[in-house]
Design a protein around this ligand. Structure first.
Ligand code: NAP
Ligand code: MG
Length: 401
């Protein structure tokens, strides 16, 4: 059988620990036998990041800007303990943070649904994709513990001219907080969400508390609406999808009653909270995919989970591991499908579909890793180790492909 040919390289970013091992297995068993893989390889493993003073992370991000599509393995974000463990020259920033800052993107997280692993919310039949605005608000706030007998004012200086707004007069002690966002960042967020909704043909929901926050939150609502009306409304109509705005509390109630099958755009804090709720309700972090979409239309696919350190240490001891590779497999299928769409290579799109079908079928037929075996309603489960799960998927592809 002839391997699928590619024209433009995929930006491949290798990573750390257990996911680095899974990465190799996926390539060997699920990618290379079927595709003549054209990738530009960047080793974001912590050792090589240290060797290059983290330059490799920047190079990878610019390569995504150049080629449009990347696939990334989970990576260690170093803390003090990692600096010691890896004898690092410095405590490098999170690679995801660096890449996000360069691409100016929005992260979309969606669960992989399989029969037999049912969401805790009974009405959910389809995935709910959360888009979190990862800039500003309380994550870049200024806070102050206010002593008694204090006056709290907000001062904005515009071209040397002061605007002074009274906030509160404290008799006793208290706390104060100020925060900000920018029209530019909100607009980028809005465009990323509208583009991704069109891309995946799903409705887009957005919610804030604009009735209470009449300037701050209302500006988010207004920017989304203006961009929708001016740039996206006809395309949404043509695609048969909807942009829907409501208040955040109403949105939460509707989400719980819904069937799923839409993108939920959230302000930074809402997205932080709601993505953990949604992920947990769907079952497992190991089944959560993640894609960074830039307003320019660059895509970076990855698993939402980390490097699964605990399993890696067991692997190093020579113990068998049963680590779930689904989210990393779907990072590869997402990136290959997008490469196929951009370059007009149908076979690549078909192979991405087949890779996902075979992975889901493997679980639905009862072969799964330990984390899922604990959640499933499927009976007579065949619990497999990390490598054998991937081999089981490969077996099913070989039959069908
Ligand atoms: P983690 O790697 O996501 O793992 C946390 C726990 O969740 C694991 O110990 C395991 O539980 C379970 N788990 C996660 N993924 C799994 C999978 N694929 N299969 C089976 N079980 C899975 O998070 P962490 O331990 O907090 O972080 C480890 C490292 O990853 C850190 O160095 C962190 O910086 C990095 N990290 C990277 C990214 C990224 O690159 N996107 C994201 C998050 C964290 P049990 O041990 O109970 O089986
Ligand atoms: Mg969180």
């Amino acid at each position: 059988m002839q391997k699928i040919q590619m024209n433009v390289p995929l930006v491949e970013m290798d990573g750390d620990e257990m996911t680095r091992i899974i990465w190799q297995m996926i390539k060997e068993d699920l990618i290379l036998p079927f595709i003549d893989l054209k990738s530009e390889y960047y080793d974001l493993g912590l050792k090589y990041r240290d060797k290059t003073d983290d330059k490799v992370t920047y190079d990878a991000a610019y390569a995504i800007k150049k080629y449009g599509v990347g696939v990334k393995c989970a990576t260690i974000t170093p803390n003090a303990q990692r600096v010691e463990e890896y004898d690092l020259k410095e405590m490098y920033k999170s690679p995801n943070g660096t890449i996000r800052a360069i691409l100016d993107g929005t992260v979309f997280r969606a669960p992989i649904l399989v029969k037999g692993i049912n969401p805790s919310v009974r009405s959910w039949k389809k995935p709910i994709t959360i888009a979190r605005h990862a800039y500003g608000d309380v994550y870049r706030d200024t806070e102050y513990k206010v002593p008694a007998n204090s006056k709290f004012e907000m001062v904005i200086t515009t071209d040397g001219k002061e605007t002074r707004l009274p906030v509160f007069e404290f008799e006793g002690g208290g706390i104060a907080q100020s925060m900000y966002n920018t029209d530019k960042s909100i607009s980028s967020f809005a465009r990323s969400c509208f583009n991704y909704a069109l891309d995946t043909k799903q409705d887009l929901w957005f919610a804030t508390k604009d009735t209470i926050s009449k300037i701050y939150d209302h500006t988010f609502k207004d920017i989304f609406q203006e961009i929708y009306d001016e740039e996206y409304a006809p395309q949404f109509e043509a695609a048969g999808i909807e942009y829907f705005y409501t208040l955040i509390d109403d949105a939460v109630a509707r989400v719980i009653r819904s069937e799923g099958g839409y993108i939920w755009a959230c302000k930074n804090y809402d997205g932080d909270v709601m993505s953990d709720m949604v992920a947990t309700a769907y079952g497992s972090l190991a089944m959560m995919t993640s894609v960074l979409v830039s307003p320019e239309g660059n895509y970076e696919y990855e698993a939402a989970h980390g490097t699964v350190t605990r399993h890696y240490y067991r692997h190093l001891e020579g113990d068998d591991t049963s680590t779930n590779s689904m989210a990393t497999i779907f990072a590869w299928s997402g990136a290959l499908r997008k490469r196929g769409e951009i370059d007009g290579i149908d076979a690549l799109i078909k192979y991405a579909d087949e890779l996902e079908r075979a992975s889901i079928a493997t679980i639905e037929e009862g072969t799964m890793t330990k984390d899922l075996a604990l959640l499933t309603e499927v009976e007579n489960v065949n619990v497999v180790n990390t490598g054998n799960f991937i081999k089981e998927v490969a077996k099913r592809i070989k039959v069908a492909w």
